[in-house]
Design a protein around this ligand. Structure first.
Ligand code: SAH
Length: 342
């Protein structure tokens, strides 16, 4: 048995063909699959006999919110979803003046091993399917009765370690008959898997790329992020340059500020230097969210603003990220861990 959520229109057309049905039934079904209904029985213009035939091989079920937490200060909401197989994932809904943004997960767990990140502590459990990624958005839109304008794939998991499903997800998210979200409103965040950056660039999509840099030297980056052993900074930055030149989209470098680790003037100077010739580059400074499993501390407010000011003085388009949702463990796998362990 397979969930209809995640299927493409062409696949439903093939299915209708196999069942000896007219092609327009696929178009009807496709619209239902990505609309806020609860079951196949709710798909009113599909004949009962056809519904029964579909049900022999397919089901239609949304992921379920096991828990919703709200940050009273900024209205950020964190959804803990239970998947078909019992695994838990999280999505975060943030409200900005320009619309709402959802941060979705791409894997259960992660195998990238970044030292400051809670999602990777127990390793990778499994990839999420495109349907499970799509459904995080559908389920939140339904529960909140809103239309989400921006999607960031920045929750648990490394999207480029699940490349094919990410591409399928983008298709579904972007299709006007499915989720209907503009590609320019979708951002993929990667820890820096170089071959996949090239692969995505060559697909000529219009999605934004965000690269988790966190260190301006190979020595430090390797300490913080094991992926730094596989791809050197200059290889990574070359790929980033290619991405912006090929797609003309902006690229954001994420930089988690860790006290006495990567927050000195010297580090800011190196950072400004290494990204100098990437056009449309932006830097996003985020105070690291301390996790129990590591001893990293947040940089002081002052050092963050100094670091930011220095980058700006060097001509870098740098901002300090408004910190949303830290009251509710909205950072990177923290809720799921707290939940599965208690
Ligand atoms: N694997 C992808 C996307 C998921 S992580 C990536 O690495 O980009 C999303 C972002 O949160 C990344 O920039 C990641 O480095 C950052 N992050 C992880 N743990 C964090 C923490 N404890 N504090 C601040 N940022 C963190």
């Amino acid at each position: 048995m397979k969930n209809l959520i995640g299927m493409k229109k062409t696949e439903l057309e093939a299915l209708m063909g196999e069942l000896g049905e007219a092609k327009f039934r696929a178009a009807q079904l496709y619209k239902w699959v990505y609309s806020p209904v609860d079951s196949i029985d709710d798909m009113t213009n599909i004949p009962k006999v056809l519904k029964e035939k579909i049900k022999e091989h397919y089901f239609y079920r949304h992921i379920t919110a096991e828990h919703i937490l709200m940050d009273e200060k900024d209205g950020t909401k964190k959804f803990l979803f239970r998947l078909e197989d019992g695994n838990l994932i999280e999505s975060v809904l943030m409200n900005y003046s320009y619309g709402s943004t959802i941060c979705i997960s791409s894997q259960v767990g992660c195998r990238m091993g970044c030292k400051f990140c809670a999602s990777t502590i127990d390793g990778l459990v499994r990839n999420l399917s495109a349907g499970e990624m799509t459904d995080q958005i559908m389920a939140v839109e339904k529960s909140e009765k809103i239309r989400i304008s921006n999607i960031v794939i920045m929750g648990s998991g490394e999207p480029f370690d699940n490349f094919d499903e990410i591409v399928r997800f983008i298709e579904l998210a972007n299709d006007s008959e499915a989720l209907n979200k503009g590609q320019r409103h979708i951002t993929i965040s990667t820890c820096g898997l170089v071959p996949e950056i090239y692969k995505l660039a060559d697909m000529n999509l219009q999605v934004n790329l965000s690269v988790s840099l966190h260190a301006p030297t190979d020595i430090l980056r390797k300490e913080l992020m094991p992926v730094g052993n596989k791809y050197k900074l200059d290889e990574l930055l070359k790929a980033c340059k290619y991405y912006t030149e090929k797609t003309n989209r902006k690229i954001t470098f994420e930089y988690a500020m860790i006290k006495n680790v990567n927050d000195s003037r010297e580090m800011a100077d190196k950072l400004a230097y290494i990204i100098m010739d990437i056009k449309n580059a932006m830097v996003n400074l985020i105070p690291v969210n301390p996790i129990e499993e590591s001893s990293f501390e947040k940089s002081d407010r002052n050092s963050i603003y100094e670091f930011n000011g220095y980058l700006i003085s060097k001509g870098v388009n740098s901002t300090v990220r408004r910190k949303l949702g830290s009251d509710i463990n909205a950072a990177c796998g923290q809720l799921r861990r707290g939940y599965t362990e208690s």
